[in-house]
Design a protein around this ligand. Structure first.
Ligand SMILES: C[S@@+](CC[C@H](N)C(=O)[O-])C[C@H]1O[C@@H](n2cnc3c(N)ncnc32)[C@H](O)[C@@H]1O
Length: 252
């Protein structure tokens, strides 16, 4: 199977207590991205993640645009999100190649990347390929959406998940309720849920997106992220990015 490796360059700010960057990092004075030399302050490094994509298979095999927007939002807002503090526990649903979760781990989060069982080999491969540049531990687990499978992550519920990340998982009707059931079951009032998806315009997709919004609003307040808060190079009007806040009366 033909494979392509997508390099993702992630600017990682120095954190209190973080030692020297691992060997997969370039020092800031040497970092050149798109012809721009990063500042000489020594307060950051540029990490190169390498994400294996395949040319055949399901929708899980490529990095979708919504993943890039969410991944680079994490990078762009890292001072506010502080994924390395604690560190924060991040759960990604429908990870596909794992690009978004890998960025969270590169920024210091304790990260669990999940998808259907058949996608685990790709996820595990991408974790292994990038392990030396991850600043937080990362693991892959099978987690089909819906109540029937929640026991696979029950160990994460105490003390709970700090962030849930979901990119480009809004595309077929049958999966919407199970996806929302999983989101609701795994989130607490304090959990920050970040959802990105591509606004597609076919009548079927418009209906799927409308239904998704209805289901989300039963349990969460939706806060659209303004484009100005996204990474300037990884934002476009078709990619929606929301933060979700669980409605207090429904918290577990
Ligand atoms: C369009 S891909 C997006 C992949 C990745 N998040 C990205 O944005 O690049 C949708 C992902 O959802 C996963 N998925 C679909 N149905 C699922 C289900 N019922 N349970 C868990 N994962 C599912 C697919 O395997 C796939 O990885």
């Amino acid at each position: 199977m033909f494979e392509r490796v997508l390099p993702l360059h992630i600017r990682r700010l120095a954190a209190a207590g973080r030692g020297a960057p691992p060997t997969g990092c370039r020092q800031p004075e040497a970092a050149v991205l798109d012809g721009v030399v990063d500042g000489p302050s020594g307060s950051e490094a540029v990490v190169e993640l390498r994400v294996v994509q395949a040319s055949t298979g399901s929708e899980a095999v490529v990095v979708w645009d919504a993943a890039l927007v969410l991944a680079y939002y994490l990078e762009h807002r890292q001072e506010a999100l502080r994924l390395d503090q604690g560190p924060q526990t991040v759960l990604e649903l429908g990870s596909g190649t794992g690009a978004v979760g890998l960025v969270a781990a590169a920024l210091g989060a304790r990260t669990v990347l999940t998808d259907l069982p058949e996608v685990l080999p790709l996820l595990e491969r991408n974790i292994d390929l990038n392990r030396r540049v991850l600043d937080g531990p990362a693991q892959a687990r099978a987690l089909p959406w819906g109540h029937d499978h929640l026991d696979r992550v029950s160990d994460l519920l105490d003390p709970g998940v700090d962030y849930i990340l979901v990119s480009d998982c809004v595309y077929y009707e049958a999966a919407l309720e199970p996806l929302i059931d999983t989101l609701v079951a795994l989130s607490r009032a304090q959990t920050r849920v970040l959802v990105s998806y591509e606004e597609r315009t076919s009548p079927t997709q418009v209906a799927v997106q409308r239904r998704f919004r209805e289901l989300v609003e039963r349990h969460f307040r939706i806060h659209p992220v303004p484009p100005a808060e996204c990474h300037p190079d990884y934002a476009c009007p078709e990619i929606k990015l929301w933060t979700l806040e669980k409605r207090p009366s429904l918290s577990v």
